[in-house]
Design a protein around this ligand. Structure first.
Ligand code: 5GP
Length: 112
């Protein structure tokens, strides 16, 4: 099992803030903003580059879940940033697809 599958299965503790039948949202252990959580599919897709056409409904669900959880966290009006890191140059460190949602501070552009 991947690290995030173990979190979804409650084998590793995490601060879970929202959950659906096929996704889970929990706070990042090393937050890069006052609000920083991850939205993760319970079924492992290693990274967005390996998503299949058949994964498209799940990908849509993940984006909707990210926005709904951001609203739940009070970010709906102030705004937030969604990030997906893919592969070595993208800065991916956990090989299980996840959407970062960061907010409650102003984001700069371009990202580092
Ligand atoms: P990536 O670098 O792959 O885009 O993002 C992985 C994220 O997972 C990082 O922001 C990292 O802080 C977070 N992370 C790694 N291990 C754990 C953990 O055990 N629990 C939680 N909640 N987050 C983790």
């Amino acid at each position: 099992m991947t690290l995030f599958e173990k979190i979804a299965a409650r084998q590793i503790p995490a601060d879970i803030i929202a959950e659906g039948s096929d996704w889970i949202a929990f706070r990042d252990i090393a937050p890069q903003a006052p609000v920083h959580f991850l939205v993760v599919p319970k079924r492992c897709i290693p990274r967005i580059n390996e998503a299949q056409v058949s994964d498209e409904p799940l990908l849509g669900t993940l984006l909707s879940a990210a926005a709904a959880t951001a609203r739940q966290e009070g970010l709906g009006d102030s705004g937030y940033r969604i990030v997906i890191n893919n592969g070595p140059d993208g800065g991916e460190t956990v090989p299980h697809l996840h959407i970062h949602v960061l907010g409650a501070r102003h984001m700069t552009w371009p990202p580092g």
